[in-house]
Structure formats: structure tokens, C-alpha cells
Design a binder for this molecule. Structure first.
Ligand SMILES: Cc1cc2nc3c(=O)[nH]c(=O)nc-3n(C[C@H](O)[C@H](O)[C@H](O)COP(=O)(O)OP(=O)(O)OC[C@H]3O[C@@H](n4cnc5c(N)ncnc54)[C@H](O)[C@@H]3O)c2cc1C
Ligand code: SF4
Length: 331
């Protein structure tokens, strides 16, 4: 690993200006950044320590009952915050399911969204695949057990963040600060599919930093569920995760539906076909099963990851029913 210095910005604007220099990188909790330095995926001379900035590690109530989450809020803090647990339970559960308690005490919300993918070809310092500027995706004909079943190509990574699908489901907005000013964007527009550029996963370019994450208040009658399947129960990235947000009217008819999957595609993968089947229909197990089938209708697994399709279908169905507080199996 190349030697680097750590420098402290005076405020967010000077952090953005410092980071406009490509020989620098933003340091938050350091969990993924330090790994990428060891794996020669990045070789900055200086790390701009965002933890030196005050006030970016708070969760505050926003007008209208939403949340304003600072980028330096830790996953453990997000998971435990009473306001988050009460109104955005799927976000709290997604944070609580990530990694280990020790990592959750270090890892920040912005760092979690900007972490690099886990593809073993990408993480191997000796392999130069498409994502590192090479000419080939080694996962296509190689070991692709953990890769994308939806939206893949030309890179088949899955987005590794637990928070990403939850924040997409809750319609979060990010504030991005750059040397030329600040702008807000819907979190769904933060992630970039590999068809746009296989070398990147989001719109962050030198000088752009996340300074806030705003999550609107959910509908009063909406319920939410986060479910995941993973290989190791102790700690691991999910094989598949699902967030469902469902609101029913007094007759049990779906008034609002959001279904977003994680770990199945290079970006958090919303399932509009499933939402369409749900909206306006009376929710029961059969409807949830049909919605789950629609969510996976476009799946195109590689040679070794077809097992993800039935797992994802089962989790989508269960998450929809759980969000609506309905039992998955007949009593
Ligand atoms: C064993 C293990 C298991 C894990 N399991 C999971 C899991 O199940 N689910 C999951 O979601 N994650 C998992 N992770 C990943 C972990 O959650 C992330 O590495 C962590 O959240 C990154 O946050 P950080 O604050 O440490 O970011 P850093 O490592 O400091 O930064 C990561 C990236 O984000 C950039 N960055 C940080 N803050 C900002 C900002 N404000 N603006 C712009 N760019 C910024 C950095 O420059 C860097 O490129 C696991 C990690 C380990 C080691
Ligand atoms: S999936 Fe992406 S990161 Fe992995 S080998 Fe292919 S191009 Fe590289």
C-alpha cells in the first residue's frame, strides 16, 4: 500500500475543494477505503478526513416528519435511533443487518452508499477487468456465484450497500456538494448502471461529496419490511435483500407499493412490474406470489448464480406480506 497523509478540512466547502484534486480521497469510517488502498484499487497521496467536520453526524427531524441524516452518521447509530426505528423501520433493519457490531460502529451512511463492489476479480490486485479499465469482464465466463441476475452487463457486479435499496424504497434525496455549488438529487439517480460506465457505480467525481440524506415521512398507514438471505449468519453481504413498503386501505386494497431489491443488480433494483400488480388489488398470498414472479421476470442469471432467482422471489413475496402485516403461510 502506498504511503499517504491525512489532512483535515476546515468545513464542507473546503473539503469539496480539496477533493477536486484527483490525488486525494475522502475518508469517512475508512472500512472500505482502507481495503481499496491495500488492494491497489486507489492510490491517493492524501486522505481528506471528513470526520474532522462538525455537525455531519446527526439524525434530525425534517419539516413534514421526514429525517435528515448526516453523511457521517454510523450504521449503529442509524439502526438504534428511535425516530428511524419508529417511522423508517426497514432502513433501521437494513443498517442493523450490515457487517458486524464493530464495523457498524465505524461505518458511515455515505461511506456505505459509496463503497466499491465485492467482485473478487475486481478486488484482486493482479486482475485488470473492465471495471479497472481493462477490456474484459472475467465474471461472465468465470466464477459468478455472487453476481448480478438483473441489469447486468457489461459489468455484472451487484451493488453491495444494504442502505441503498432501503433509501431508494423510501424515496430519499441526497445533497451533493461540489466546488461549484450544492445540488439535490433523488437517490435513484445517484447510482449509475454499468451500461453508462462500467468503471463507476455512482455520480461521485472528484470534488463531489454527500453532505446530507433526506428521507421523507412515509404514508401514515404504510408498513415496511427489510428481508435478506445470506450465506454466513455471523457477518456477510447479502446474497439477496428486499425492501417492501406497502399501504393498504380499510378494505385491504393496496394503495401504495414499493419493492426494491439489493444484491441482485449493479444498482438497487426497483421492481415496477411488481408494484403495478399490487396497486389497486386486494392483497393476499396469491397476489404477493404473482408480484414476486413479476419482480424476477426479467432475471438473466449467469452460469452459477441461478439459485438467486427463487431466493429473491421468496423474499419479495415475504417482504410484501410482512410489510402489510399478513402471515406468509395459512394459519
Ligand atoms: C466483513 C465486512 C462485512 C460487511 N458487510 C456488509 C453488509 O452486509 N452490508 C453492507 O451494506 N455493507 C457491508 N460491509 C461494508 C461496510 O458497511 C462499508 O465498507 C462501510 O459502510 C463503508 O463506510 P465507511 O464510513 O467506512 O466509508 P469509507 O471506507 O471511509 O469510504 C468508502 C467510500 O466512500 C467515500 N465516501 C465516504 N464518505 C463520503 C462522502 N460524505 N461523500 C462522498 N464520498 C464519501 C470514500 O471516499 C470511499 O470511496 C461490510 C464490510 C466488512 C469489512
Ligand atoms: S463483474 Fe465487473 S468487477 Fe467483476 S470482473 Fe466483471 S467487470 Fe470486473
Amino acid at each position: 500500500m502506498k504511503r499517504f497523509a491525512i489532512i483535515a478540512p476546515a468545513d464542507s466547502s473546503s473539503a469539496a475543494r480539496m477533493l477536486a484534486e484527483p490525488h486525494r480521497a475522502a475518508l469517512a469510517g475508512g472500512v472500505d477505503l482502507l481495503d481499496t488502498l491495500k488492494q491497489n484499487l486507489a492510490a491517493p497521496d492524501e486522505l481528506v478526513n471528513l470526520k474532522a467536520l462538525g455537525g455531519l453526524d446527526r439524525i434530525e427531524r425534517a419539516p413534514g416528519g421526514g429525517l435528515r441524516i448526516g453523511p457521517l452518521v454510523k450504521l449503529s447509530q442509524l439502526a438504534a435511533a428511535p425516530d428511524v426505528r419508529a417511522r423508517h423501520a426497514a432502513l433501521a433493519d437494513a443498517a442493523n443487518a450490515a457487517a458486524t457490531p464493530q464495523i457498524r460502529n465505524l461505518a458511515t451512511v455515505a461511506g456505505n452508499l459509496a463503497q466499491r463492489p465485492r467482485c473478487w476479480y475486481f478486488r484482486n490486485p493482479d486482475i485488470v477487468c473492465l471495471k479497472k479499465g481493462g477490456t474484459k469482464c472475467y465474471a461472465v465466463a468465470g466464477l459468478n456465484r455472487y453476481h448480478a441476475i438483473l441489469g447486468g452487463g457489461p459489468s455484472f457486479i451487484v451493488h453491495p450497500s444494504n442502505l441503498a435499496p432501503a433509501l431508494v424504497a423510501y424515496d430519499a434525496t441526497l445533497t451533493i456538494l461540489a466546488p461549484d455549488g450544492e445540488r439535490q438529487l433523488a437517490i435513484a439517480d445517484f447510482f449509475t448502471p454499468p451500461t453508462i460506465d462500467p468503471r463507476r457505480e455512482n455520480i461521485l467525481t472528484p470534488g463531489r461529496i454527500i453532505t446530507a440524506i433526506e428521507v421523507p415521512a412515509p404514508l401514515a398507514n404504510a408498513g415496511a419490511a427489510w428481508l435478506e438471505a445470506r450465506e454466513k449468519q455471523s457477518f456477510d453481504w447479502p446474497l439477496v435483500s428486499v425492501v417492501a413498503i406497502i399501504a393498504l386501505n380499510h378494505a385491504g386494497v393496496v394503495e401504495y407499493a414499493r419493492v426494491v431489491m439489493g444484491a441482485v443488480a449493479p444498482i438497487p433494483w426497483r421492481a415496477p412490474a411488481a408494484e403495478k400488480i399490487l396497486l389497486g388489488a386486494r392483497l393476499d398470498r396469491d397476489l404477493a406470489t404473482r408480484a414476486a414472479a413479476a419482480a424476477l421476470a426479467g432475471a438473466a442469471p449467469l452460469a452459477h448464480n441461478g439459485y438467486k432467482v427463487p431466493i429473491a422471489k421468496a423474499l419479495v413475496r415475504r417482504a410484501i406480506l410482512r410489510a402489510a402485516n399478513l402471515a406468509d403461510e395459512p394459519a
